[in-house]
Design a binder for this molecule. Structure first.
Ligand SMILES: Cc1cc2nc3c(=O)[nH]c(=O)nc-3n(C[C@H](O)[C@H](O)[C@H](O)COP(=O)(O)OP(=O)(O)OC[C@H]3O[C@@H](n4cnc5c(N)ncnc54)[C@H](O)[C@@H]3O)c2cc1C
Length: 483
């Protein structure tokens, strides 16, 4: 057996890039890392483009630096000097024909203080009184894996659910709170509900105990592509191939001994590429969306494939509209606003870029980023770009009072982009893990599996790389035989 181990990472989004970087860095000389990316660029959903001379993110635009894994990666990559903090705090909710301030002190929309909730006017006085019932209601009995709605409605009532929690989860997950699993999508709330009879009291004491300081969400000068470029710059010795779409994966016991494929050393798997090329691999990391992982697992781990295919996805699009400065009558005194589904708009959320990210301020124009699409609402998908821009502009006139049309607009569509951690998600992941225990040398990582945000993808990629480094070390050691 060769003392070289080849790890093939499939997918060059942030999950695949971080996995490949850590394997190349920590795996030692015995590990060859190959990164295969189907498209012609790296970064996946991370994409920064020039809009009116500014680097605007078309996919994610914020990093959750409160998560230690994210902070540690930025430090490791020497990127802390490039961090840009938000220029504004607070946001709004479009509700009953007005933009109303999102009350400060909420946890995914769950109020942690009642007075600001009352003052915001977001809820009727009766709605606030109903929310306060959480303080006295007996513990709510729920199913083993309740939806967010199943946890929140009985405790806080319909208004908190519809005007705060549902739009918040639309903004973060492009999902609906009645479908999303509480323990998988908002584990903090699920844990509070388990621990404390009153979620309100539990979250207040959690808030008091928090030592977090500084902004939770930041961006990078030049946009989040900077993270991708820096990671790529650290992939020394890693074989990165673009336009390399993986179409299949199979076991190849014979290849172990034959060393026949591609001259690349023995492998327990054969990675099949579009165009017919095949690559031997000892270990394969699938860092793709779950539906791609499902296709690739079909022959080697059919049960894992079935479970991965069950993860639903939402189509979304981000639009960046450039308005002349004097067309914007709103004060932009916050980072933007969210829209509850009940309002019927295409808009799910809107970021006021000069307020949110100061480096995107322009003396003559105002950049507005609009998000459309959430699970169960893909009305935008059947509109062409011009129709979509016109409709979003109409909605910005309605919500923000724009007094003139945008001078330009950029539309970025993201089909099947946002994995939905619906009720049953944890069970699905357990089935995948269980099925993969019988298939050594195959790992799945990425947004479908351990958290949808970049920070969670980074944390999961770190765990994936650490587990593989240990496995590969022992494989290399055993290939050298007894010392
Ligand atoms: C509009 C939008 C806004 C978002 N906002 C935020 C935000 O502000 N903050 C945040 O933290 N997160 C945000 N997210 C979520 C975050 O962007 C993603 O969860 C994260 O980038 C996913 O990274 P990934 O590497 O797991 O997957 P991806 O980025 O999807 O990468 C997967 C890669 O696999 C490649 N691939 C697919 N099939 C194959 C194949 N057969 N062979 C080879 N390669 C293949 C793809 O081309 C792609 O490059 C947002 C997402 C979207 C869409």
């Amino acid at each position: 057996m060769s003392n070289h181990q080849r790890v093939v990472v499939v997918g060059g989004g942030v999950s695949g890039l971080v996995t490949a970087y850590l394997l190349a860095r920590d795996g030692g000389p015995g590990v060859d890392v190959v990164l295969l990316e189907a498209s012609e660029r790296l970064g996946g959903k991370i994409l920064t483009q020039d809009v009116a001379g500014h680097p605007v993110d078309m996919g994610p635009d914020a990093l959750l630096v409160r998560l230690p894994a994210m902070r540690a990666l930025l430090e490791d990559l020497d990127l802390t000097g490039a961090i840009v903090a938000p220029g504004a705090s607070g946001a709004f909710i479009w509700s009953r024909a007005r933009l109303r301030p999102l009350p400060p002190s909420t946890l995914f929309g769950i109020p942690q203080k009642l007075l600001p909730l009352l003052r915001s006017g977001l809820l009727s006085p009766l709605g606030v009184a109903r929310a306060a019932l959480d303080l006295v209601l007996p513990r709510t009995r729920t199913s083993d894996d309740p939806s967010v709605g199943e946890l929140v409605r009985p405790r806080f009532g319909a208004q908190v659910f519809e005007r705060l929690v549902d739009p918040m989860l639309g903004g973060v997950h492009a999902g609906r709170a009645d479908e999303l699993s509480a323990q998988s999508s908002v584990p903090e709330i699920a844990a509070l509900a388990r621990r404390s009879r009153s979620i309100y009291l539990g979250s207040r004491s959690m808030r008091r105990g928090s030592t977090a300081s500084g902004p939770a969400l930041v961006t990078l000068e030049g946009g989040l592509t900077r993270l991708v470029e820096t990671l790529v710059g650290r992939l020394d010795g890693c074989d990165v191939r673009l336009g390399a779409q993986v179409t299949g994966l199979r076991r190849d016991g014979a290849a172990r001994d034959a060393d026949a494929l591609d001259g690349g050393g023995p492998g327990g798997y054969v990675v099949e590429l579009a165009g017919g090329e095949e690559l031997a691999a000892d270990t394969v990391v699938l860092a793709t969306p779950a539906y791609v992982a499902a296709d690739l697992l079909a022959r080697v781990a059919p049960d894992a494939a079935v479970a991965a295919r069950e993860v639903p996805y939402a189509d979304v699009a981000s639009l960046t509209l450039v308005y002349p400065r004097d067309a914007v009558t709103h004060g932009l005194d916050g980072t933007g606003f969210l829209v509850p589904p009940e309002e019927g708009l295409l808009l799910v959320g809107c970021s006021w870029l000069p307020a949110k990210w100061p480096h995107l301020t322009d003396p003559s124009s105002v950049l507005i980023r609009a998000m459309v699409g959430r699970h169960g609402d893909d009305r935008f998908a059947s509109m062409d770009d011009d129709t979509l821009v016109a409709q979003v502009h109409r909605e910005l006139v309605q919500t923000m009072g724009m007094s003139a049309a945008p001078t330009s607009a950029h539309v970025q569509r993201w089909p099947r982009a946002m994995p939905q951690y619906t009720v049953g998600h944890r069970r699905r992941l357990e089935r995948i893990d269980h099925a993969l225990t019988d298939v050594p040398g195959i790992q799945v990582t990425g947004a479908a599996f351990g958290g949808v945000g970049i920070a969670s993808c980074v944390a999961r990629a770190q765990r994936t790389a650490a587990a593989l480094t240990t496995d590969v070390d022992s494989a290399v050691a055993s290939s050298k035989g007894p010392a």
